[in-house]
Write a protein that binds this ligand. Structure first.
Ligand SMILES: Nc1ncnc2c1ncn2[C@@H]1O[C@H](COP(=O)(O)OP(=O)(O)O)[C@@H](O)[C@H]1O
Ligand SMILES: [Mg+2]
Length: 235
């Protein structure tokens, strides 16, 4: 397994919100981490990337434990995290935002070439490479946030609610970019509330409920599961 999360517990101060969560992503695999609003999805991925400390449990990437490594020492191993709500630097240009994603030495050495590849995936970013990020539409900002993540040359891309608030046409464009990345062998962890959308792109899924793993399995099983319907709709 490329990523292994084992019995993860996470708390904000005394307020524990993640309880004994285990999950895994193999090299080149696409996996969905699903759950209703507030179920702990972002807390789990923020802990994987090191933005939050784990209270207990282990996180391994390529067999190496990450829990004692700061965030900046995790990215060079090959993990990219596109945060919820597409955080881009509004007063920097598209190209400056992209280059900031290539801060570690291996990524920096390849940044010109990687940027060309990203412009190939997202022609809109090429057209707007010298514009300030704040002038981009929501969809273009999401493309930029993903592009910045890719600039770090990840083996695993974790994307937190990439489709939120996007027009259907833009969402479709993003989906086809994810398909391309998958076909190139990148592992992707999709964090989503939209079960059908996420399971159309991922082979397997994990569903969180109240910070605990409620159910996990192949996409085809989850998509028609009454248990999943209960978790999301309460019926
Ligand atoms: N910074 C924070 N401080 C305290 N509680 C938080 C913080 N961020 C999230 N929470 C709480 O942790 C729980 C899980 O939140 P989150 O991981 O954001 O869920 P999701 O991403 O599934 O919507 C929620 O109860 C939320 O209110
Ligand atoms: Mg979230």
């Amino acid at each position: 397994m490329l990523l292994e999360v084992e019995n993860l517990e996470v708390a904000y101060g005394d307020y524990q919100v993640v309880w004994g969560v285990s999950l895994a992503v193999a090299a080149g695999e696409s996996v969905a981490l699903l759950g209703p609003n507030g179920s702990g999805k972002s807390t789990v991925v923020n802990t994987i990337s090191g933005l939050l400390p784990a209270k207990a449990g282990d996180i391994r990437f390529n067999g190496v434990s990450l829990v004692d490594r700061p965030t900046h020492a995790r990215a060079p191993l090959g993990i990219a995290h596109v945060l919820e709500r597409r955080r881009v630097f509004p007063h920097l240009t598209v190209q400056q935002n992209l280059f900031l994603g290539a801060w570690h030495s291996a990524a920096r050495a390849a940044r010109g070439e990687t940027a060309q590849r990203i412009f190939g995936l997202f022609p809109r970013l090429l057209e707007r490479q010298n514009q300030l990020a704040r002038t981009l539409s929501g969809g273009e900002q999401q493309m930029l946030a993903i592009g910045r993540g890719l600039m770090a040359l990840p083996r695993l891309l974790m994307v937190d609610e990439p489709f939120l608030g996007l027009a259907p046409q833009v969402a479709q464009q993003l989906q086809s970019v994810f398909e391309t990345l998958k076909s190139e062998g990148m592992a992707i962890l999709f964090i989503e509330q939209n079960v059908r959308l996420a399971l159309s792109m991922a082979g397997r899924g994990y569903i969180l409920e109240g910070g605990r793993l409620a159910i996990a399995g192949p996409a085809a099983t989850l998509v028609d599961s009454p248990e999943v319907r209960r978790i999301f709709l309460g019926v």
